[in-house]
Design a protein around this ligand. Structure first.
Ligand code: F6P
Length: 326
């Protein structure tokens, strides 16, 4: 210990419930170890433009239960170019920041990885995105809360779908991945789940509906991940309507409601564990790595792997969802 005296912490990319809990854990662990903490505002943009404020024990009081991020977030184009990163480095040097904890997803870690190759300030990442699409961690902060938000909404839609004998297409977030769709779909007993990881799903869906029709199934909930290859819930609904003219079809896009709200117990505890682990990692001279959860243990995964390798959905869950919706 001794090399690191002052750290920075920032949130970047899409916000996720539990980011505040992670900021709190980073801040309080650092202060426990006699480090100073600077909160960098607006993600990497704050590192370039110099938006930051000291974080104290009391600054992070009363935030563990709040969605969003007290540090604000952004997607920063300038950090993608060498000049932008150099400006960020100069700022960190000027403020005597010896290490940085970045909380975010894929794009955040890609930037952190490049920066770590160019400069000598260590970066440690905490996975925070509702999409859960980061290799090397079983869960990302915010995913569990988003799932619960989806479930609450779909349960309500199920009531009206059933009352009117309707077919509902419900679009959930997941521009690149079907983690939210798959798990929430199982939890809601969805009749079908369409995700980007599976191709040509519309013809399978039509066969499925045909069978349901024969069995006199009166209502259906189909969960569609926004990144689904056929073009999202509206497009799929249009294609299905062509073949099932008698169906009363409705589409609901849940949208950004999934990104907000008070984090669940799971996300608060995960954020607290990972925030603590990130500071420990900096003190242990680690750099260019993400702290993650594997089999309920905290692990360190190099950014190199976290951003390069693809995390696949659990294919068995897909099979289970099909079996359970017969
Ligand atoms: O946070 C991840 C994510 O929710 C994606 O699933 C989604 O496509 C994207 O963010 C949308 O974010 P924004 O509206 O901020 O561009």
């Amino acid at each position: 210990m001794g090399k690191i005296k002052r750290i920075g912490v920032l949130t970047s990319g899409g916000d996720a419930p539990g980011m505040n809990a992670a900021i709190r854990a980073v801040t309080r662990t650092a202060i426990y170890y006699d480090l100073e903490v600077l909160g960098i505002r607006h993600g990497y943009r704050g590192m370039i433009e110099g938006y930051c404020k000291p974080l104290k024990v009391h600054t992070v009081s009363n935030i563990i239960q709040r969605g969003g991020t007290i540090l604000k977030t952004a997607r920063c184009e300038e950090f993608k170019i060498p000049e932008g990163r150099k400006r960020a480095y100069d700022y960190l040097k000027r403020r005597n920041i010896d290490g940085v904890v970045v909380i975010g997803g894929d794009g955040t870690f890609t930037g952190a990885r490049v920066f770590s190759e160019e400069f000598d300030i260590p970066f440690i990442g905490i996975p925070g995105t509702i999409d859960n699409d980061i290799y090397g961690t079983d869960y990302t902060i915010g995913y569990d809360t988003a799932l619960n938000t989806v479930i609450e909404a779909v349960d309500k839609i199920r009531d009206t779908a059933s009352a009117h004998n309707r077919l509902f297409f419900i679009e959930v977030m997941g521009a690149e991945a079907g983690f939210i769709a798959l798990r929430s779909g199982i939890a809601c007993g969805a009749e079908a789940i369409l995700i980007p990881e599976v191709k040509n799903q519309v013809s399978t869906l039509k066969d499925f509906l045909e069978n349901g029709d024969r069995r006199k199934k009166s209502s259906n909930i189909i969960i569609v991940a926004e990144g689904e290859e056929e073009g999202g819930a509206y497009e799929i609904a249009r294609k299905v309507k062509n073949d099932f003219k008698d169906y009363s079809i409705r589409v609901t896009v849940l949208g950004h409601i999934q990104r907000g709200g008070s984090p669940t117990a799971f996300d608060r505890v995960a954020a607290s564990r990972l925030g603590y682990a990130a500071v420990e990692a900096l003190l242990d001279d680690q750099k260019s790595a993400m702290v993650g959860l594997q089999n309920n243990n905290v692990v360190l995964v190099p950014f190199r792997k976290a951003v390069k390798l693809h995390k696949d959905v659990n294919r068995q869950l897909l099979e289970i969802s099909q079996i359970l919706s017969i």
